[in-house]
Write a protein that binds this ligand. Structure first.
Ligand SMILES: [Zn+2]
Length: 53
C-alpha cells in the first residue's frame, strides 16, 4: 500500500496556533507562544484523511 508513515508523522507532529500561527508540537494542548487553546494540525487538507466512515 502507498502509505508513508514518516510523512504522516511529519504533518501530524506539528500544530499551528489559530491565533498567532506559531508552530507547536502536536503534544501541546495550548500554544507555547500565546497560550491560545486552539491549535490546528498543519496540512489540514483532507477532511477524511483517516477513518473515513
Ligand atoms: Zn499562539
Amino acid at each position: 500500500m502507498g502509505k508513508f508513515p514518516v510523512a504522516d508523522q511529519a504533518f501530524l507532529s506539528v500544530a499551528v496556533c489559530m491565533k498567532c500561527k506559531a508552530r507547536n508540537p502536536r503534544t501541546n494542548k495550548v500554544c507555547r507562544k500565546c497560550g491560545y487553546k486552539k491549535l490546528r494540525p498543519k496540512k489540514q487538507k483532507r477532511k477524511d484523511a483517516k477513518g473515513g466512515a
